[in-house]
Design a protein around this ligand. Structure first.
Ligand code: AMP
Ligand code: ZN
Length: 283
C-alpha cells in the first residue's frame, strides 16, 4: 500500500472510531494524556488536526533518561504544533519518584509495579483534567493494548474493567472525567508506521519497568495468533464490543464512592493511591 493511502486510511479509521462511538463533541475540551511515546503523540496530533479543542498533559515520572527523553520529545512536538502542554511532576505530587513508590509498595503491599504506575497515573490524570476544566481525557491505547486487556480482564474476572470500550464512562460520578481511546482499532504496528511516515521524533522503547508479567505473555500469544490468522486481534475486540451493551444493561453504571481521605472517585472506602501514600510514609 502506498504511503499516502496508508496515512489516509489510518486517519479515516480514527475519525470513524470517534464518530461511531461518539467519543468527542465539538464543545469538549480534550486533554490528551501524553507519555511522549508514539500512541499518545499520534492522538494529540490527530485530535488537533481534526479541529478539536485539544491540550496535552504529561506526568514526568522521573525514571531517568527514558523519562527525560520523552518529556523533551513531547515538549518540542507541542512547541512545533502550537499546542499547550501541561507538565506534572510525580515528585511534586507525591513526594517521590514512581520508581521509589513502586519499590516500597512492592515490599509493603506486594502489588505489581505496572499496576502501581497505572493506578497512580489514572488518579493524577483525572484530578488534573478536572482542575484544567477538561471534559474528556484521551489516551493512546491501541488495538494491541485493548485486545490484551480484554483477555486479562476475562482471565481475572474483572467485570467493571471488562465493560470498558473505546469510551470509559461507566463510573457514575461527576468527579470522574470520561476517558476516550481514539486508537482503539489501530494496530500497534500501524501506529508505528504512521509516526514514521509523519516523521515524528519519538522514542520507541517501552517503559524500562514494563517487562514480564501477564500482559507481556498475552502480547506474545496474540502476536503469534495474529501471524497465523491475520485480523484476530480486531475480531477479538469487535466481538467483545458486541457483548458489552447487553452486559452494561444488566450491570448498569457501577457505583463509585469518594475516597474518605482524598475525596477522589474510588470503588473502595480509601482509594489505592491513598493506600500507596500511607505505605510510603510508613504510617
Ligand atoms: P501505559 O499505562 O503506559 O500503557 O499508558 C497508557 C496511556 O496512558 C498512554 O497511551 C497515554 O495516553 C497515558 N500515559 C502513559 N504514560 C503517561 C505519562 N507519563 N503522562 C501522561 N499520560 C501517560
Ligand atoms: Zn484517596
Amino acid at each position: 500500500m502506498s504511503n499516502r493511502r496508508f496515512v489516509d486510511g489510518f486517519e479515516r479509521m480514527v475519525k470513524d472510531t470517534i464518530q461511531e462511538y461518539t467519543l468527542i463533541d465539538k464543545k469538549d475540551k480534550v486533554l490528551v494524556a501524553c507519555s511522549g511515546g508514539k500512541d499518545s503523540t499520534t492522538v494529540l496530533y490527530l485530535l488537533n488536526k481534526l479541529g478539536y479543542n485539544t491540550e496535552g498533559l504529561i506526568i514526568d515520572l522521573q525514571m531517568g533518561e527514558w523519562s527525560d527523553k520523552n518529556l523533551e520529545n513531547i515538549t518540542n512536538f507541542c512547541t512545533k504544533e502550537g499546542l499547550k502542554l501541561h507538565v506534572v511532576s510525580m515528585r511534586d505530587e507525591f513526594g517521590s519518584s514512581v520508581c521509589y513508590m513502586k519499590s516500597v509498595i512492592k515490599d509493603k503491599l506486594d502489588i505489581e509495579s505496572c499496576s502501581v504506575c497505572g493506578v497512580t497515573k489514572r488518579w493524577l490524570i483525572n484530578k488534573k483534567a478536572r482542575e484544567l476544566g477538561a471534559t474528556k481525557v484521551a489516551t493512546g491505547h491501541n488495538l494491541d493494548d485493548e485486545a490484551q486487556t480484554v483477555l486479562m480482564n476475562l482471565f481475572r474476572g474483572n467485570l467493571v474493567s471488562f465493560l470498558r470500550g473505546p469510551k470509559v464512562d461507566t463510573a457514575k460520578d461527576a468527579k470522574f472525567i470520561t476517558r476516550i481511546k481514539p486508537l482503539y482499532f489501530c494496530p500497534e504496528e500501524d501506529v508505528r508506521r504512521y509516526t514514521e511516515e509523519k516523521g515524528f521524533k519519538i522514542l520507541y522503547d517501552r517503559c524500562p519497568c514494563s517487562f514480564g508479567g501477564m500482559r507481556s505473555t498475552i502480547r506474545d500469544i496474540l502476536n503469534d495468533l495474529e501471524k497465523e490468522s491475520p485480523g484476530i486481534k480486531e475480531n477479538l475486540v469487535r466481538n467483545y464490543l458486541k457483548f458489552t451493551p447487553h452486559l452494561k444493561k444488566q450491570f448498569a453504571k457501577s457505583e463509585v464512592k469518594r475516597c474518605s481521605n482524598c475525596g477522589e472517585p474510588s470503588r473502595r472506602e480509601v482509594c489505592m493511591v491513598c493506600e500507596y501514600i500511607k505505605a510510603i510514609r510508613g504510617s
